[in-house]
Design a binder for this molecule. Structure first.
Ligand code: UD1
Ligand code: UDP
Length: 361
């Protein structure tokens, strides 16, 4: 079976690393890897290929940044060429980025079957670009790999037929287990940054709704700076966020009170997560990793797709409408002792389940 995998953005490299490792161990499958080039900085792309031992992409489309229509359009055209050339049996796409949508759309138009890993997630916020990408990709896909029961329910509510839905758990949990140990052995990030375990807060911010509205970004920066007076705040800055901080003239204020650092590789990130006192984020992946390592989390958004962690009490949603809301939400999070136990994301073998199901068709 010939499978073309489409990746392009940071979290997709991590998810694909899990499934590709299994795919490559199976003689029945041949994987062709396509990198759209949506993320291209060394610390947003190459570092993951090296650390996670992902094969070099067979095709690098070099699409880069741009408005949604232009970026997705360029990807669509370039992916179509690859599919015409390779004529695969399946196209495998991950998550909810513009690379996901372009891959799925290019494939269905050529009558090539699509498998979607991380299907069924919904924020029910149609202003999120990712929400549109998810809905369209799920409805184009032939095989939908849902990570959670809630995701399965969302797909059923949208009348997606039962035989297309497969509850397999979350590939990011597989990654957390596999690389968590490796990070503890190999990462020296705590020494490099002079940090002691449980003595700092780890922050990531990159959602369009938080970076592109100046008042929202200002509320987040000022709230974090307030918290930074009593505990160090370590903040690996996504390039989108760095540009927004500069554009909205918030960079100097942030750098004066927070430990702003470049984006880090996955092993350093996992090490920073495991040892944080609390994680504050708007990232989907980071919310879950906080839970995998049982670190309390504050999600700086009005809603989340990963409702299980909120229900278990490990994650609290804090809508960042003001600096006070952010600072108070984090202070309350710091006072919490965690949440209940539960395993809503499978047993760490999602990659194997996905490959089994794919090869069974
Ligand atoms: C994208 C995904 C988002 C995902 C995130 C993971 C979409 C619509 N959004 O958001 O779902 O959570 O990736 O990180 O697909 N930039 C660089 N260097 C890079 C990459 C980006 O400087 O290597 C800057 C550019 O100014 C670019 C901006 O970041 O315009 C945004 O990049 P883009 O890939 O469009 O969206 P993300 O915010 O990264
Ligand atoms: N991540 C990383 N380095 C960083 C920030 C994040 O390796 O500096 C990892 C993080 O551990 C998680 C993934 O990137 O596995 C999440 O990606 P991101 O937050 O960019 O996107 P999202 O999950 O929100 O789509």
């Amino acid at each position: 079976m010939k499978i073309v995998t489409i990746v392009g953005a940071r979290p997709q490299f991590i998810k694909a690393a899990v499934v590709s490792r299994v795919l490559r161990s199976v003689s029945k499958a041949r994987e062709i890897l396509v990198h759209t080039g949506q993320h291209y900085d060394e610390k947003m792309s190459d570092i993951f290929f090296k650390e996670l031992e992902i094969q070099r992409p067979d095709y690098h489309l070099g699409v880069g940044s741009g408005f949604h229509g232009a970026q997705t359009g360029r990807m669509l055209e370039a992916v179509e060429q690859v599919l015409l050339e390779e004529k695969p049996d399946w196209v495998l796409v991950y998550g909810d980025t513009n690379s996901t949508l372009a891959g799925a759309l290019a494939a269905v138009k050529l009558h090539i079957s699509v498998a979607h890993v991380e299907a069924g997630l919904r924020s029910f916020n149609r202003r999120m670009p990712e929400e549109i990408n998810r809905v369209l990709t799920d409805h184009a896909a032939d095989m939908l790999f849902a990570p959670t029961r809630a995701a399965v329910e969302n797909l059923r509510r949208e009348s997606i037929s039962e035989e297309r839905i497969h509850l397999v758990g979350d590939v990011m949990y597989d990654a957390a287990l596999y690389y968590g140990e490796k990070a503890r052995r190999e990462s020296r990030v705590l020494e490099r940054l002079g940090l002691k375990p449980e003595s700092y807060i780890l922050v990531t911010i990159h959602r369009a709704e938080n970076t592109d509205t100046p008042s929202r970004l200002q509320a987040i920066v000022e709230g974090l700076c307030e918290v930074g007076k009593s505990i160090p705040v370590v903040f690996p800055v996504h390039p989108r966020t760095r540009k927004a901080l500069e554009r909205h003239r918030l960079f100097d204020e942030a750098v004066a009170s927070l430990r702003l650092i470049e984006p880090v590789g996955y092993l350093d990130m996992v090490m920073l997560e495991q040892n944080a006192r609390l994680i504050a984020t708007d990232s989907g992946g980071v919310q879950k990793e906080a839970f995998f390592y049982r670190v309390p989390c504050v999600t700086l958004r009005g809603e989340t797709e990963w409702v299980e962690i909120v229900e278990l009490g490990w994650n609290r949603l804090v809508y960042p409408h003001s600096a006070n809301a952010v600072a108070n939400g984090i202070t309350e999070g710091l006072a919490s002792t965690g949440g209940m136990e539960g395993e809503p994301y499978g047993n760490g073998r999602s990659g194997e389940l996905i490959v089994q199901r794919l090869l069974a068709v």
